[in-house]
Design a protein around this ligand. Structure first.
Ligand code: FAD
Length: 459
C-alpha cells in the first residue's frame, strides 16, 4: 500500500480506526484457529459513510480488500494475504431500531448475533437465526454467508430473515435497499445477490431483519432411535403433530454422542445408554401435555426407543451442550470438518459409505457425524492422526465425491471461502459457475473484493 493511500485511509477512519501490519499480526485469525491474521493494514469504519469513503479510496488505488466480521467462519473466507487490506465491521455495531409493530430490527453489519437476539428478546420478540458461534458471529458475516443454524427447519436460512439490505459496492457506491415490508415485488430483489456472496460482490453495511413474536420457552426432548428409519418416521410424526412449530430436529450418530457424553460434566448419557441415533428435538408454542401426547403416539408407532424431556432451562442447556460439543473432536489430533447436505432419503447410506471408507483406510480413525438432520444437513468430523495435505485430499474426496451423484451440496451452510473452492464444481454446473464469474466481473470489474475466494475470477 502506498503512503498516499495509507494517509488517506487513516484520515478517513481516524487513528483509532486504523491498525498497521504489526498490530494486525497480533490478532488471532479466528475461532478455532491458532494462527495470526496478516494484512497490510486493517481499517475499522464506524458507519456507512466511512465505509463508502474507504472503498472509494481503495478503488481509486486498486487496493484489494477483505471484509471481516466476527471471524467465526469455518472456510477461511475472511483470510487476507499480506498485501490485502482488512475492512472490519467491529465498530459498526449499533442496533439502530427495533420496531415491535412492524416486527423488524435495523442494525449495522457488525452487530453480534447473540447481542441482537438478547436485545429483541427483551422486547418480547425473536430473531429466527441462531447457531453455536452466536457470541462471535456478526449480522454482516451471517448475511454474507447466508448462515443456517439450529432453527432453519422453522425460520429458514438467514436469507429468509433479511427484509432489507444496504451494501457498499467495490467503488464505494452505497446501494440502499432497506426495505421493511414482507411483500415487495417491485422489480428485482437485489439483496439476494449479496446474501451468501461471501463478500465477493459488496460489503454489507446495514440490514433490516425480520422478527417474530417470542413464542415462550421451547419444549426440548432427547430421543433415542435404533434405526435411521425410526429417525425419519419421527421427523414426519413431529412435523405433522406440530405443523410449523418444530423448532429444531438435530441428530447425533452414536460415535459423536459418545464423544459428547464423555466430555460432559456428568460423563453419563441422559438416557442411561447410547443408541445408534440420538435426536434432539424442540417444539415452540406448545406445552408439556401436548408434547407428551405426541410422543406417546410416536412411541406406540415404534418411532423411538426412549426419550427424556428437559424439565428446566438448565436441563435444556445441558442437552444442547451435548449437541454443541464439536470442539471435543479437536482433542483427537488434526481434524477435518465438513458441512454437507443431500436428500434425506440418501442420508443414511451416504453416512455409512463415508464412515466405512474412513475405517477401511484408517482403522483407528474417527468419523463423527451429527447435524441439522431436519434440514438435510450433516456435519462430519474426521480425525485419522495426520493433518497433512495428502491426507486432506484423500478425505475430501471420500466426503465430496459421493455427493455428485446424489445432487448434494459440498457446503450446506458454511460457504466456500478458500477451503472448499476446489470442490465447488461438484455442486455447481459449468453454466452456473460462468454466470457467477460474470456477476463478479460486472459488480467488481477490478477484482478488488475478497480476491481468490469461492472460485477463480477467470476460468
Ligand atoms: C462453534 C461454531 C458453530 C457454527 N455453527 C454454524 C451453524 O450452525 N450454521 C452456520 O451457517 N454457520 C455456523 N458457523 C460458521 C460461522 O459462524 C458463520 O459462517 C457466520 O455467519 C460467520 O460470521 P462472522 O461474522 O464470524 O463472519 P467472518 O468469519 O468474519 O466472515 C465470513 C465471510 O463473510 C465475509 N464477510 C464478513 N462480514 C462481511 C460484511 N459485512 N460484508 C460482506 N462480507 C462479509 C467474509 O469476507 C468471509 O467471507 C459456526 C462457527 C462456529 C465457530
Amino acid at each position: 500500500m502506498n503512503d498516499d493511500l495509507r494517509q488517506a485511509l487513516r484520515g478517513c477512519v481516524g487513528a483509532d480506526g486504523w491498525l498497521d501490519a504489526e498490530a494486525v499480526a497480533q490478532r488471532g485469525a479466528g475461532v478455532f484457529r491458532a494462527d495470526r491474521l496478516q494484512a497490510c493494514a486493517l481499517v475499522r469504519p464506524r458507519c456507512t459513510q466511512e465505509l463508502s469513503a474507504v472503498m472509494a479510496l481503495c478503488h481509486a488505488h486498486r487496493q484489494p480488500v477483505v471484509p471481516q466480521g466476527g471471524l467465526s467462519g469455518l472456510v477461511r473466507g475472511a483470510d487476507a494475504a499480506p498485501h490485502e487490506l482488512i475492512v472490519s465491521t467491529e465498530r459498526m455495531c449499533t442496533i439502530e431500531a427495533i420496531d415491535p409493530v412492524g416486527r423488524t430490527a435495523t442494525v449495522q453489519a457488525g452487530v453480534v448475533l447473540g447481542s441482537l437476539r438478547d436485545a429483541v428478546q427483551a422486547q418480547g420478540l425473536h430473531y429466527g437465526v441462531d447457531f453455536g458461534a452466536r457470541d462471535s458471529a456478526t449480522i454482516g458475516g451471517s448475511i454474507a454467508t447466508n448462515a443456517g443454524g439450529n432453527s432453519v427447519i422453522r425460520y429458514g436460512m438467514t436469507r429468509e430473515s433479511v427484509l432489507g439490505l444496504e451494501v457498499v459496492l467495490a467503488d464505494g457506491t452505497v446501494l440502499s435497499s432497506m426495505n421493511r415490508v414482507l411483500k415487495n415485488n417491485s422489480g428485482f430483489d437485489l439483496k439476494h445477490l449479496f446474501i451468501g456472496s461471501e463478500g465477493l460482490l459488496g460489503l454489507v453495511s446495514r440490514a433490516v431483519l425480520r422478527l417474530h413474536e417470542a413464542a415462550g420457552p421451547p419444549r426440548t426432548v432427547l430421543l433415542a432411535c435404533d434405526s435411521f428409519e425410526q429417525v425419519l418416521a419421527l421427523l414426519r410424526h413431529l412435523d405433522r403433530a406440530f405443523s410449523g412449530r418444530l423448532g429444531a430436529f438435530e441428530v447425533m450418530w452414536r460415535d459423536y454422542f459418545e464423544l459428547a457424553v464423555n466430555g460432559s460434566p456428568s460423563g453419563r448419557p441422559p438416557l442411561g445408554s447410547i443408541a445408534a441415533y440420538q435426536v434432539l428435538a424442540e417444539v415452540v408454542g406448545t406445552d408439556d401435555d401436548a408434547l407428551e401426547a405426541a410422543l406417546a403416539d410416536a412411541q406406540a408407532l415404534g418411532h423411538f426407543a426412549d426419550a427424556v424431556l428437559a424439565a428446566s432451562l438448565e436441563q435444556r442447556r445441558a442437552l444442547w451442550a451435548l449437541r454443541e460439543s464439536v470442539m471435543l473432536t479437536f482433542r483427537h489430533g488434526p481434524d477435518f470438518a465438513f458441512d454437507v447436505s443431500m436428500p434425506l432419503a440418501d442420508m443414511s447410506a451416504y453416512a455409512e459409505r463415508v464412515r466405512a471408507a474412513v475405517k477401511a483406510r484408517w482403522p483407528a480413525g474417527h468419523c463423527w457425524i451429527f447435524g441439522h438432520l431436519g434440514d438435510g444437513n450433516l456435519h462430519i468430523s474426521i480425525a485419522v492422526g495426520s493433518g497433512d495435505m495428502q491426507t486432506q485430499q484423500l478425505i475430501e474426496a471420500l466426503v465430496y465425491e459421493p455427493l455428485r451423484e446424489l445432487g448434494g451440496a459440498i457446503s450446506a451452510e458454511h460457504g466456500v471461502g478458500l477451503s472448499k473452492k476446489a470442490w465447488l464444481p461438484v455442486s455447481r454446473t459449468q453454466e452456473e459457475l460462468a454466470l457467477m464469474r460474470q456477476l463478479k466481473r460486472s459488480l467488481d470489474p477490478l477484482g478488488l473484493l475478497n480476491p481468490g475466494k469461492m472460485f477463480e475470477a477467470v476460468a
